[in-house]
Design a protein around this ligand. Structure first.
Ligand code: FMN
Length: 520
């Protein structure tokens, strides 16, 4: 009641002002045209104010006509204001300014150093470090590579330990995909296609890890089922070095995807083997298998159809028992995948529901430690290489995940930043200001592959260089020496623990009981 009363008073006042303004403007026009302009120009403002008090959608605007708009204006530029004016070097999520800056500096091959010392607080819980040695070593190998492909694989791949994470053409623009591929070629590392299939923009000479999701894009029949013929056609491409079956993704585990009809252009439809102009759903689960045994048998089918290329699966760990069951199926069938990609819950995405992004899935370090122990228990660690993904953008990040069992890593958002991503956090709007995550030609044309491919290659090579330098300082002669007992984290003001203590102690018994239930 009271509110209605206020609004009607406000409305009456503004309507009266409007009327007075019109009358004065008309009179002024007769006497002096110059003064009349002032009144004419204020008319739109008064009309807007009248609209404000009459609308009922925004209470702030209704209660504070005209001025209320300031709230929405400032809110719309809040991220920019924060980032440009108020953010400290250690602020900013998911990547703080210091992290973003090092990616930009490495990509541009600019100054690689920081001045005046540590900015983080070493007494704060969460602070991490690695034990160096007073007897550093010199590594001969410049490149840091790992062989992927066990004795069941016919075409093992000598992968870089740092590769471009899965991001589809569709989530990223054509110029972004092309720049990443050309960067991969320049630097001799691999680009994961993401589940959206292989486009022409992926075919500029860089090595590909072809990812297949639940939509089977690029290897499906008209009904959306897996097509062996279509798969083989793409799998045999010389650029395709490995095949990754996606079970789940850290930012939205257990969530399917939708390709809206508006984004399903004839080009995208041809790549994904779907009907153009229709809405296409990626189911939440695979339709080709429904058990751990079915999964490994499907992987074997992919291995055979690809003439023995390395095959693996990507997973964000949820229910631990399900992963143990997969290992059990591997040991029962004797079909051993060549690699497993572990995505942490902290992983990125173009678009996902908030609850899935913030609360589903196991964080990367816990997941890696669990996977390492499970593979060891089943005696599979020598045969299956683990790839890690989740905020790995510096040499220290790479070494930490290697200490927990990874043999190689992916970077998705790091590579986006190498392309010029400014962490505007609007990948899901189609308005990415730097042309990375958009299909708008006016925006992606600004991203020049000739320049950006060099940045991608630089970011990779400088990060590998930093990794090697830390290995030398810590006297890690090979990746085997990167052990969890050398990495530490502060737990509270008085206590620090090694990664060995945090992630690998006291967990054996619970693992054994889960293994037992897999046998039953
Ligand atoms: C724009 C974007 C698109 C992505 N698309 C896929 C995808 O198609 N398939 C997939 O498995 N993961 C996808 N991801 C997740 C990444 O591959 C990666 O697992 C995750 O972001 C963690 O790595 P990061 O922290 O280096 O970004 C996407 C991530 C981003 C940011």
């Amino acid at each position: 009641m009271r509110r209605d009363h206020q609004v009607s008073v406000g409305g009456i006042i503004i309507a009266s002002l409007l009327l007075i303004n019109i009358v004065i403007a008309a009179l002024a026009w007769i006497v002096n045209a110059k003064i009349a302009w002032w009144f004419i120009l204020t008319l739109p403002l008064l009309l807007l104010a009248l609209r404000d008090v009459l609308q009922s959608k925004h209470a702030v605007i209704r209660n504070y006509p005209l001025i209320g708009h300031l709230r929405y204006l400032l809110e719309s530029i809040r991220p920019e204001l924060r980032q440009y004016f108020f953010e400290s070097d250690l602020d900013g999520r998911p990547f703080n300014r210091r992290q973003r800056s090092i990616v930009y500096q490495r990509a541009k091959n600019e100054k690689q150093t920081v001045a005046f010392g540590m900015q983080t607080n070493p007494s704060a819980p969460g602070y991490e470090w690695v034990a160096h040695s007073i007897y550093p070593v010199k590594l001969q190998e410049k490149d840091l590579r790992v062989w992927v492909g066990n004795y069941q694989c016919m075409q093992p791949y000598h992968a870089s330990i740092y590769n471009i994470g899965a991001m589809s053409y569709g989530a990223l623009s054509k110029t972004a995909i092309r720049s990443l591929n050309e960067g991969a070629k320049l630097g001799g590392f691999a680009q994961n296609t993401g589940e959206g299939g292989i486009s022409d923009h992926h075919l500029h000479g860089g090595d590909l890890i072809w990812q297949i999701g639940t939509g089977y894009f690029g290897c499906r029949d008209a009904q959306g089922r897996f097509s062996a013929m279509a798969f083989r056609k793409n799998a045999l491409r010389p650029e395709v070095k490995m095949i990754e079956l996606k079970l789940s993704q850290g930012a939205k585990p257990g969530h399917g995807g939708i390709l809206p009809a508006s984004k399903n252009t004839p080009e995208i439809a041809a790549i994904r083997l779907v009907e153009p102009g229709t809405t296409v759903h990626s189911p939440t689960h695979h339709t080709e298998f429904d058990s751990p045994k079915g999964l490994v048998q499907f992987l074997q089918l992919l291995r055979e159809l690809s003439d023995g290329k390395p095959v693996g699966f990507k997973i964000c760990i949820g229910d631990q028992q399900e992963f143990i069951d997969i290992c059990h199926a591997i040991s029962v069938t004797g079909i051993i995948p060549d690699f497993i990609s572990i995505d942490g819950a902290e992983g990125g995405t173009g678009a996902a529901p908030l609850e899935f992004t913030d609360h589903l899935g196991m964080p990367l370090y816990d997941a890696l430690a669990f996977v390492k122990q499970t593979l060891e228990t089943y005696d599979l660690n020598g045969h299956i290489k683990v790839f890690a993904a989740g905020k790995i953008i510096t040499g220290f990040d790479i070494l930490k995940v290697m200490s927990l069992g990874a043999s190689a890593c992916y970077s998705a958002r790091g590579m986006m930043m190498a392309l010029g991503c400014i962490q505007a956090l609007i990948c899901d709007s189609g308005r990415c200001p730097v042309g990375v995550a958009t299909q708008n030609p006016a925006l992606y044309r600004g991203l020049d592959p000739a320049d950006k491919r060099v940045r991608v290659a630089n970011f990779h090579s400088k990060t590998i260089e930093a990794t090697r330098e830390i290995m030398e300082a810590c006297a890690f002669r090979s990746t085997e020496d990167i052990v969890p007992s050398k990495f530490f984290r502060r737990i509270n003001e008085y206590e620090t623990k090694s990664f060995e203590e945090i992630y690998f102690k006291l967990k054996d018994s619970s693992l054994k009981s889960k293994m037992q239930s897999s046998l039953n």
